[in-house]
Design a protein around this ligand. Sequence first.
Ligand code: HGY
Ligand code: MN
Ligand code: MN
Ligand code: MN
Length: 419
Amino acid sequence: MPTHATFRTLQATWLENALRQYAALSEPGPGVSRLAYTRLERQAHELFAAQLADLGIPSHTDAAGNTIGELPPNAGPRPGAIGTGSHLDSVPHGGAYDGVVGVVGALAVAAAAGAHDRPRHHPWRFVAFAAEEGARFGQACNGSRMVAGLTGAPDLRQLTDSTGTTMAAAMAECGLAPHDVEAARWDPRDWSAFVELHIEQGTVLQDRGVPIGLVDTVSGSTRLRVSLTGVASHTGGTPMDGRHDALATAAECVLGCERLALAAAEVNTRITVGSLTVEPGAITIIPGRVVFTVDVRETDHGRQRTATDAVSRHCRAVAARRGVDIEIEELADTPPVGLSSEVRSAAGDAAATLGLATAVIPSGASHDTQQVSRLTAAGIVFVPSRGGLSHSPDEFSTAEQIADGTAVLLETMYRLDAR
Ligand code: HGY
Ligand code: MN
Ligand code: MN
Ligand code: MN
């Protein structure tokens, strides 16, 4: 077993190369663009399967597009597996680390476990989940929701992207089997624990100078689509009073959302309008129609619902005062999840063995582990994000930080395996 220092040096180089290989699978433009259920996401899963195969680990891709490898190879179905992994899709022009760090970390663990004769009592599984980002279809964690039985075939025909393409059609286009996703469901008896390595996507670890985060709660997310229909008209001929300007209405809504979050006593309330479209979108026409999305995050579901209701009430009041029609669709409502204290303490002991300080912190971002935690004891290990930036081309974590996280991941897996 290499010393932690050796492991760290070896790993840092290998990890950097692996991260570069995944980052190359992207649409052109700044950052990484590898959206859910696109050809590029499938190529990333094919790369993962090939890297597992290089380690002598066979894998399969399920109907939902998740790719899963297992040690020992070809041992047949055995209960009580220990799993690790994350996702390979990205947001448009996102970073090279979100999700991928957990997948290359799983590969590094698979390589180390396969190479050493340290005993393992349970099957170990290495997972790349499909379609974790909600950027394309509005709902996050799709592949992991399907293994947890939270999203089924009928839902896939309802979820659409901005072009009106359903998730089912996009999956079929990628050669997957949307009609058969029930077959992708995991049996809780097949699992005994799951742990995900992920970048923090916040600044707590960096601010505190701590290399490892142990997540206690993953924030929930309620996502809305708000459509405002006013009256498009001539910007010169139409007097200011009596206008029904959809964009001015939206502007009041957006600033109101920000005000509601800032006023919330609980620091974990976060409300963001991330996308907004304007029609007809011409300089001489008063905007007649605006559609925008709202993402409400919280670590307490009661506060998450209260904040969402306050957002709807505010937008409806502004639209009524301005004589603009409003439609509010709820795209998703994922409650916050408390993660397994047993997995968290195994990771804390692992970090202590490696001489790495830890901090127990909540996650503002959602993760596949949220869904997996409905099936088995699950946890998340964070590594620092430079400046807390994520979902941005400037997302960055050093190879050494990721190597530390991978060393903790490996040691955590052995501890969970030995329970
Ligand atoms: O949206 C999220 O929090 C995650 O990155 N899917
Ligand atoms: Mn992620
Ligand atoms: Mn993300
Ligand atoms: Mn995730």
